[in-house]
Design a protein around this ligand. Structure first.
Ligand SMILES: Cc1ncc(COP(=O)(O)O)c(C=O)c1O
Length: 392
């Protein structure tokens, strides 16, 4: 059989993930700064809450939109944490299987063949494929090291055409850790105000900001709620990656369109994961999100250490103010990012991810995730130092 011939052209065109390649090679002698997930267990009290309910309750499908109480809590969370208020009811919220599914649903619900969606690179690996699998054209706008990897309104403006359906904005960003200040976002709001362009925001790292910076959500800017779909989830802020719980919030008609696709393809997000989401938010409101604050404090000291280590080796490392990644430049070594990461893995058994895995604009950098123990980070950085001595 010609299996390749059977696979759709679009799927064949999508390159294999530049991240997974590195994980498939791991054993205990390796140190990984590769995977973008918290190293903390899901907070105990969330697990206990779910375990108790599992003892006595059936595990049925939930409503297609998701548990109504969870959706109420999410409305409160968005309002109290990010000043996203003005949604009329829980019909503005859809519970999904991770933010990943929310991204896919948003694209599939709005895109007609040939519609253009602007996104920024380097970025999370699923954006361009999600746009293209939905039949759209993914239009990359480059963010630059010298701009602290912030998205510039001028660059977005230059990418807008009559076919632009939406702009996808994701800050704090994976892989750069960049954040946007209010004024940066306002400049983009000025561009779309008065147009039919939708803005889709991936706020998955919104809780993870440093240096006293608070996340500013695009949806909270004056007049932007009506044109914004907010995507978020529990993976990063509550250390719940494997539970697969996310959500979308937005104008009720758009959320209803997403629900139509969701109910046909997924029925609902896993019910026990939704219980976990209820526990995460109820307990969080009760103690001002102490578990998340604890994790952020831990990340802060690791972040400081790893930034200083890269800069002391002469690998220019911006100070990222969000997420849990650093994105140092390896240009001074003369290697491509893939050569650098392959060499580091082969010689010192440290896993990092080439910047090129996050789009062409990531070339010249590597992504290191510091959501791993300080002990691992220290050892990894010793090995990076030794590797640099070998190749310089
Ligand atoms: C920017 C970004 N968005 C979305 C996701 C996926 O999140 P989830 O686990 O909620 O599907 C990730 C995962 O790494 C991410 O980095």
């Amino acid at each position: 059989m010609d299996y390749q011939g059977l696979i759709s052209n679009c799927v064949r065109r999508i390159p294999p993930s530049g991240i997974r390649k590195y994980f498939d090679l791991l054993d205990d002698s390796h140190i990984s700064l590769g995977v973008g997930e918290p190293d903390f267990p899901t907070p105990d009290r969330i697990r206990k809450y779910v375990a108790e309910r599992l003892k006595t309750e059936r595990v049925p499908y939930s409503s297609n939109s998701g548990d109504p109480h969870l959706r109420e809590l999410i409305l409160r969370f968005l309002s109290e944490k990010y000043s996203i208020s003005g949604y009329e009811s829980i019909e503005n919220v859809l519970i999904t299987v991770g933010a990943s599914q929310a991204i896919d649903l948003a694209m599939r619900s709005i895109i007609n063949p040939g519609d253009e969606v602007i996104y920024h690179e380097p970025c999370y690996v699923s954006y361009a494929p999600s746009i293209e699998l939905a039949g759209g054209k993914a239009v990359a706008v480059v963010t630059k090291h010298e701009d602290k990897f912030r998205l510039k309104a001028d660059a977005v403006k230059a990418a807008i055409t009559p076919k632009t359906k939406a702009v996808l904005i994701a800050f704090p960003t994976n892989p750069t850790g960049a954040i946007m200040e209010r004024s940066d976002l306002e400049a983009i709001a000025d561009l779309v105000r008065g147009t039919d362009i939708l803005v889709i925001i991936d706020d998955i790292y919104a809780e993870l900001t440093f240096n006293g910076k608070q996340h500013v959500s695009f949806a909270a800017l004056p007049g932007m709620l009506e044109r914004t779909i907010v995507l978020n989830g529990f993976s990063k802020a509550f250390s719940m990656t494997g539970w697969r719980l996310g959500y979308a919030a937005g104008p009720a008609e758009l959320i209803a369109a997403m629900r139509k696709v969701h109910q046909l393809m997924m029925l609902c997000a896993p019910t026990p994961a939704q219980w976990a989401g209820i526990a995460a938010l109820e307990q969080g409101f009760a103690d001002d999100f102490a578990d998340t604050r604890y994790m952020i404090n831990e990340y802060e000291s690791r972040r400081r250490f790893i930034i200083d280590a890269f800069n002391s080796y002469g690998l220019d490392c911006n100070e990222p103010e969000g997420a849990f990644y650093v994105f140092p430049s390896i240009r001074s070594t003369g290697l491509t990012s893939e050569q650098f990461c392959d060499g580091l893995l082969a010689s010192k058994k440290v896993v990092t991810v080439p910047g090129s895995a996050f789009g062409a604009a990531g070339e010249g950098h590597i992504r290191c995730c510091y959501a791993t123990s300080m002990e691992h980070i220290e050892e990894a950085m010793r090995r990076v130092g030794a590797y640099l001595k070998e190749i310089r």
